[in-house]
Design a protein around this ligand. Structure first.
Ligand SMILES: Nc1ncnc2c1ncn2[C@@H]1O[C@H](COP(=O)(O)OP(=O)(O)OP(=O)(O)O)[C@@H](O)[C@H]1O
Length: 277
C-alpha cells in the first residue's frame, strides 16, 4: 500500500434513508446497427427501488435496449441511437457528460459470469474501483469487500478464502462475485442481462434471492427468458416484440401480476403463457 492509498476516499456511503437508487427513463429510443433498425421509439420508466423485467422472444432488442441504458451500445462501431435516457431526470447522453459517469452509476452484470479468473476474490470485488482510479486504506477496502460480498449473498461462502482466485469459484458463486464487483462502485442502477442463464436451478434461486435483497438499495433492470423468474423477481415487466423483421418495440408494460394475470394484448398473453417465443 502506498502513502496515497490512505489519502483518497471510497465512493460515499449512502446516508441512511437517503434515496440513492435512481429512476431511469428511456424516451423514444430507436437503435440501429448500420442500416438495420432494431428498436423503434421505445419508452419505458424503470422506477427507483423496483425490479423491471424485460421479456420477449429472441432478437427483439432487449439486450440492445439494456446496453443503451448504460452507454454500451455506442461501443459497437456500426451502432446508432436516437432518443434520451434520463437518470433521475439527467440525460446520460448529454454532450459533455462523460461515458464513465454513466457507467459508474449504472452497473451491468452479464449473462456469463466474467470475474478476472486469476485475480483473488478480494481483488475482484475491488476491480471496478481500481479502474476508476479510486483508492482507499486497507481497512476501508476490506470493509467494502465484506459489505459487497454480503450484499451479493457470497460472504459466508468465501470469507475464509478471499485470497483464492475468482476463477476457482462455481458458476453461481462467480456470478455473485460479479454482482459484488458491480456493487463496490455503489451504482444507482444495476442492469442484468440474463444473469442466470448459465446457472443451475439452485444457483439461479440464490441469485434471485440476492436480487430481492438488493432491490431496496439499487434499481434493477433484468433481461430474462424465464417467465417464472420474471414473475418471481420483478415488480413490473415490459414485453418486447419484433414482428416479421420489423424493429423491436414494447407491446405492453405494467405491473408483473397484471402482465401475467390479465394482460391487455393477446400477443403478451400468448408469450407469457408459452404459446410462442
Ligand atoms: N453487434 C451487433 N451487430 C449487428 N447486429 C446486432 C448486434 N447485436 C445485436 N444485433 C441485432 O440486433 C437485433 C436485436 O438483438 P438483441 O441481442 O438486442 O436481441 P435480444 O432480444 O436481446 O435477443 P436474445 O434474447 O436472443 O438475446 C437482432 O436482430 C440482432 O441480430
Amino acid at each position: 500500500m502506498t502513502a496515497t492509498d490512505d489519502t483518497l476516499t471510497l465512493p460515499p456511503v449512502p446516508t441512511p434513508g437517503a434515496a440513492r437508487p435512481a429512476t431511469l427513463e428511456a424516451e423514444g429510443i430507436s437503435a440501429w446497427f448500420g442500416d438495420h433498425k432494431v428498436l423503434d421509439r421505445v419508452s419505458l420508466t424503470m422506477p427507483a427501488q423496483r425490479v423491471t423485467a424485460l421479456i420477449g422472444p429472441s432478437g427483439c432488442g432487449k439486450s440492445t435496449f439494456l446496453r443503451i441504458l448504460n452507454r454500451m451500445h455506442e461501443l459497437v462501431g456500426s451502432a446508432a441511437l436516437a432518443g434520451r435516457v434520463l437518470l433521475d431526470g439527467q440525460d446520460i447522453y448529454d454532450r459533455g457528460r462523460r461515458i464513465t459517469h454513466a457507467r459508474r452509476q449504472i452497473g451491468m452484470v452479464f449473462q456469463k459470469p466474467n470475474p478476472f479468473p486469476a485475480m483473488s476474490i478480494h481483488d475482484n470485488v475491488l476491480a471496478g474501483l481500481k479502474l476508476n482510479g479510486t483508492r482507499a486504506s486497507r481497512a476501508e477496502r476490506d470493509g467494502l469487500v465484506e459489505e459487497c460480498l454480503t450484499k451479493a449473498g457470497l460472504w459466508k461462502e468465501v470469507r475464509d478464502r478471499l485470497r483464492q482466485p475468482g476463477g476457482a469459484l462455481s458458476g453461481g458463486q462467480q456470478q455473485r462475485l460479479c454482482i459484488a464487483r458491480s456493487l463496490a462502485v455503489r451504482p444507482r442502477v444495476l442492469l442484468m442481462d440474463e444473469p442466470c442463464s448459465a446457472l443451475d436451478p439452485t444457483s439461479t434461486r440464490r441469485i434471485e434471492q440476492t436480487i430481492a435483497e438488493l432491490s431496496d438499495e439499487v434499481t434493477i433492470v433484468i433481461v430474462t427468458h424465464n417467465m417464472q423468474q420474471a414473475q418471481r423477481v420483478s415488480h413490473q415487466c415490459a414485453f418486447f416484440l419484433a414482428e416479421q423483421g420489423t424493429p423491436g418495440l414494447i407491446v405492453e408494460h405494467g405491473p408483473t401480476d397484471v402482465m401475467f394475470g390479465s394482460p391487455s394484448d393477446q400477443r403478451t398473453a400468448d408469450y407469457v403463457n408459452g404459446r410462442f417465443g
